[in-house]
Write a protein that binds this ligand. Structure first.
Ligand code: SF4
Length: 392
């Protein structure tokens, strides 16, 4: 088939498809971010960097721009502070800034809103910047799972949610005697939860939950069951739910879930002496085969501390790995996966949306404000405060 014929047939197929095509504003629910009020600049506008600089300068110190480590280079260059999700939310709360622009994803902006003063608007430059992992646990599904556990006779369950979850789920854990964890303190949080009750319901990342239970706390794989919210009773027999120490929610990160044991084996063949460094959101078999396992902050610290000439294969989001490679030319840094895998939702925050958000603020308007209602925020705060009080 000629190229022209191929294009024609693709176009014909697109016209026949029953799916709503993105970019035509036909489906506001799935195109939340494409309907920013006003005009989002054209990505090809050669003045974008200058516009971002000018708007940033006009806003001054009263506006704090936060950039998650997984952000694109052209966005993170405008961040006043870089970090992981919880560090950024805490920095937002401690800054006293009048407005926060959060270059991250939705649950991060929610956490910043919970931790900051009521009068401090938190702006997410594109509302379509969600998190596929957080979206795998909806509060109504979690409440149904809680009922399933009660029906199965599990009466001493403590809910523990990863930071990467909605404010509603953080509030749920606060209401039910549980807490929140990060990838840095998951072991302490799970150990605490198992002291408070007999079982833990770990949300929403099954891999972090399993890695923590088995690798850090010494439980067995058989002590964990996976609860699938799409199946009746989670797809787990009541007796198996009762026997489990850790009930893992069937969720995962669409970036870290792509790394496989084969990637580890292949890079070891290809790069003699390579050290494999994996994030704990990776699958159990990947972290078992890695040399080091750690959160984004720990990955950055490990690379900074390594001697020149160290060879790394890093299993985390590609923007961060690429930046580490640029910042540490004295080391040899490669990506663990052999295909490109950025966090697609984090990439929704691009330079045009950042410019749009900053220019709206310069004009005196607050765009895309993320608000958590007072009751949800109060209970989520209970869960977060329990996390901050965890024994060291
Ligand atoms: S990298 Fe994974 S967990 Fe992090 S924001 Fe993206 S989808 Fe969510």
């Amino acid at each position: 088939m000629s190229a022209a014929a191929g294009v024609t047939s693709l176009r014909a197929a697109a016209e026949r498809t029953p799916l709503l095509l993105l970019g035509r504003r036909a489906d506001p629910d799935s195109e939340r971010g494409t309907t920013c009020p006003g005009t989002v600049p054209d990505p090809g506008d050669p003045a974008l960097v200058e516009r971002a600089r000018a708007a940033r300068a006009a806003l001054g110190a009263d506006v704090l721009v936060l950039g998650h480590h997984y952000q694109r280079d052209d966005v993170i260059r405008f961040a006043d502070v870089r970090g992981d999700s919880f560090k950024l939310a805490r920095d937002a709360a401690a800054s006293g800034a009048g407005t926060i622009v959060f270059c991250g994803v939705h649950f991060m902006a929610e956490t910043a809103d919970i931790l900051t003063d009521e009068s401090t608007p938190v702006v997410l430059p594109d509302l379509a910047a969600g998190c596929s992992m957080a979206d795998m646990a909806d509060i109504s599904q979690v409440e149904a799972a809680w009922d399933d556990l009660a029906d199965a006779g599990c009466d001493a369950v403590v809910p523990l949610t990863y930071m990467n979850s909605s404010a509603a789920i953080k509030a749920f854990t606060g209401r039910h005697g549980g807490t929140v964890c990060t990838s840095s303190n998951a072991a302490r949080a799970m150990a605490w939860a198992l002291e408070q009750g007999d079982q833990v319901l770990f949300l929403p990342d099954q891999h972090l939950g399993r890695n923590t239970a088995v690798r850090d706390l010494g439980l067995s794989l058989g002590d964990c069951v996976v609860y699938d919210p799409r199946l009746p009773g989670g797809g787990v027999a009541p007796a198996a739910l009762r026997a489990a120490r850790v009930v893992l929610w069937k969720g995962h990160c669409s970036v870290h879930g792509t790394f496989t044991r084969e990637h580890v084996d292949r890079v070891r063949e290809r790069v003699p002496g390579v050290r494999v460094l994996a994030h704990p959101e990776c699958r159990y078999e990947v972290v078992e085969a890695a040399d080091e396992v750690g959160s984004t902050e720990r990955i950055i610290a490990a690379v900074r501390a390594a001697p020149p000439g160290t060879r790394w294969a890093i299993g985390t989001e590609l923007n961060l790995v690429g930046r580490l490679a640029q910042e540490h030319p004295e080391q040899q840094i490669t990506y663990l996966n052999d295909t490109v895998c950025f966090c697609a939702t984090m990439r929704r925050i691009d330079l045009p949306h950042l410019v749009w958000a900053l220019e709206e603020l310069v004009a005196g308007r607050v765009p895309n404000r993320i608000r958590v209602d007072a009751d949800t925020a109060a209970w989520a705060r209970v869960a977060l405060d329990r996390m901050l009080a965890l024994p060291g």
